[in-house]
Design a protein around this ligand. Structure first.
Ligand SMILES: [Zn+2]
Length: 277
């Protein structure tokens, strides 16, 4: 399967090296929304959507001012998944399935651009988004992004083993080479998405971690990103335990599995430099 690495939403938060780990302190940092476009036999599978054209045209409807002040999304329509799909010569309707790591606003904004696609998500995540009550929950799960009624397909962890992780293997309509690897903690129903490429695997770890150095043997994380992760977590113990397991995966199987976060520009650029497999 051909897999492309797309950035579907640059963000430029203040904080310089407190966020990126290097460079000046008083500068804007760069964060991205790492999405995958998978060419399967029957059509296209999009893993995460980043921001959508509606977020760009009418941000007040989905992105609160407090979020925009903090994350400072660039909101460039050319970066949306649908425009990138079109530039590659496909149509929006060719995307038959969207697989989401979770329903945070910077991952689900593009759902409205693919209204005919099946949308795969963990059941617990959809329930948490629908039940959002507190202001932080309502900010992270803006209803406007899915008020059009996506064709949800919800999943529960089934106990299939994937490198020692519990996995969801059967996603109806999606090749078995795409699997959900639940990684709760950032949100209730947060999941990684594994995609087989040749002899190896990519693991889109979503927001299980934010900075590439968190996967190093001696992990490090810039303080700004550590703060953001702690502020948005729903279960610290689970989140940190899953980071440990991901580090172990990289240590034990780094030759076969490439792990990356949704928001790290360094990881994205390294993967974009590789030829499309
Ligand atoms: Zn995110």
């Amino acid at each position: 399967m051909k897999v492309r690495h797309l950035n579907c939403g640059t963000m430029r938060p203040f904080g310089g090296r407190l966020v990126t780990g290097n460079g000046p302190l008083f500068a804007t940092a760069e964060m991205i929304c790492h999405c995958l476009l998978v060419e399967a036999d029957h059509g296209l599978v999009l893993v995460d959507t980043g921001y959508g054209t509606d977020d760009v045209r009418n941000p007040d409807a989905s992105l609160t001012r407090s979020f925009r002040r903090l994350a400072r999304p660039v909101l460039d329509e050319a970066e949306t998944a649908v425009r990138q799909v079109e530039r590659l010569g496909f149509r929006a309707g060719d995307v038959t399935d969207v697989v989401l790591t979770h329903l945070d606003l910077d991952h689900a904004g593009g759902l409205r651009d693919f209204p005919h696609a099946r949308v795969h998500v963990l059941r617990s995540e959809l329930e948490a988004a629908r039940a959002a009550r507190t202001s932080i929950e309502r900010t992270r799960y803006p209803r406007a992004q899915w008020a059009h009624g996506p064709r949800w397909v919800t999943h529960d962890p089934q106990g299939d083993d994937w490198f020692g992780f519990t996995a969801v293997r059967e996603l109806p309509g999606v090749p078995a080479d795409v699997r959900l690897i639940p990684l709760a903690g950032h949100t209730v129903g947060h999941t990684g998405v594994a995609v087989r490429v040749g002899d190896g695997w990519l693991l889109h770890a979503g927001d299980a971690y934010f900075h590439h150095a968190e996967m190093h043997a001696n992990p490090a994380c810039p303080p700004g990103l550590r703060y953001m992760q702690a502020r948005m977590e729903t279960a610290r113990g689970l989140r940190l335990a899953n980071q440990d397991r991901l580090r172990e995966l990289v240590r034990e199987h780094g030759d076969r599995v490439t792990v990356f976060s949704a928001h790290d520009a360094v990881e994205l650029r390294a993967l974009q430099r590789q030829p499309v497999a």
